[in-house]
Design a protein around this ligand. Structure first.
Ligand SMILES: [Zn+2]
Ligand SMILES: [Zn+2]
Length: 345
């Protein structure tokens, strides 16, 4: 089969012919229809510090956001059958540890990530454990199936706590930020601010709801604008998706007293923060968000997508064939795009 292969710890990827994965009793083999480029695929393409920090496998097939049809199921697999259309949950839990046993499989003590620690989905076929296969309705367009995984991160982060009627700031207008705008808008945030330095992305984020206020923090003073527009008290909810030091700093400066900050964007190094003024005196609640809750976030994401009330299609802007994965990754990296899709079969 054709696969996007990371052969060594240098920059780049190649398209290679490799053998189709062999499944175990607890796994399914999926013929991938469409996949989506994620920020971590850019890290893997470049092979930067993040890859060493997370102990990424090398060599390997990259990619983890995907949708495809099950073509083979292991002997122990009971909930999924050949012919099912599935999306992949990328957190591979052990099923045995204290987190797995208490409903927190998504932060399993022995967690592996598809396409980071195991061979991934930018290939004609991928194998995943039964537990990671989310069954989709047959009429789900494969590109929508491929974005369930990142959409469900936005669902997890935005709906982590009360949101209706609260002023909400979304920092980082990448695809998950765009989804987060859609979810916050649907859930009834009273005001939604979206902050980024890329106008293309801000314009797309504006389309995910009504009366969204976009702020280009490269040109405008986000802290001043948000303070002014919230009557001087600051925002009640901040969703941090930029993973940048300045974005995170802005988030903690604009959160008002007794507000909350949800941290989702990944940083490659330690972040300096004024904890006394921005957390202790304000009594700020901080949530760390890793992926999706298994499977609360998936049920919610599924219902929201099916309701048609959040138009997730708007976030998809580019599509490339598997052979042009490098171009797709570079498009995502350059940033004048929403979600970039790979058309595989
Ligand atoms: Zn991802
Ligand atoms: Zn576990």
């Amino acid at each position: 089969m054709k696969a996007v292969y990371k052969a060594n710890r240098g920059k780049g990827i190649e398209i290679r012919d490799i053998s189709i994965p062999k499944i175990s009793k607890d796994e399914v083999l999926v013929k991938v229809k469409k996949a989506a480029i994620c920020g971590s695929d850019i890290h893997l393409y470049e092979w930067n510090d993040w890859c060493e920090n997370v102990n990424a496998k090398n060599p390997m097939v990259i990619g983890h956001e995907f949708c495809g049809e099950v073509v083979e199921a292991g002997d122990n697999v009971s909930s999924i059958k050949v012919g099912d259309l599935v999306a992949g949950e990328t957190h591979i839990p052990c099923g045995q540890c204290n987190m797995c046993k208490t409903g927190k499989q998504h932060i399993c003590q022995n967690m592996k990530i598809l396409g980071v620690h195991t061979d991934g989905a930018f290939a004609e076929y991928v194998k995943i454990p039964e537990v990671c296969a989310w069954k989709l309705t047959k009429d789900t367009p494969p590109e929508i199936g491929a974005i369930y995984e990142p959409f469900a991160i936005a669902v997890h982060g935005v709906l982590k706590d009360k949101i209706t009627g609260l002023s909400t700031v979304i920092i980082g207008a990448g695809p998950i930020g765009m989804f987060a705008v859609g979810v916050a808008n649907f859930a009834g945030s009273s005001q939604i601010f979206v902050v980024d330095i890329n106008d293309y992305r801000l314009d797309l984020a504006l389309k995910m709801g009504e009366d969204i206020i976009s702020i280009n923090s490269g040109k405008e003073n986000a802290v001043k604008i948000i303070r002014e527009k919230t009557g001087g008290i600051g925002a009640e909810v901040v969703i941090e998706l930029s993973g940048s030091v300045s974005g995170t700093k802005t988030g903690f400066e604009v959160v008002g007293k007794s507000g909350r900050v949800c941290l989702i964007g990944l940083h490659s190094k330690e972040v300096p923060l004024d904890l006394v003024n921005n957390v202790i005196y304000k009594e700020t609640t901080i949530y760390g968000i890793t992926g999706r809750e298994m499977f609360d976030s998936w049920y919610l994401a599924d219902k929201l997508i099916h309701s048609g009330k959040i138009d997730v299609k708007k976030v998809i802007t580019h599509e490339f064939p598997l052979e042009e994965t490098e171009k797709a990754i570079l498009t995502a990296k350059e940033g004048n795009c929403g979600k970039v899709i790979l058309n595989i079969s």
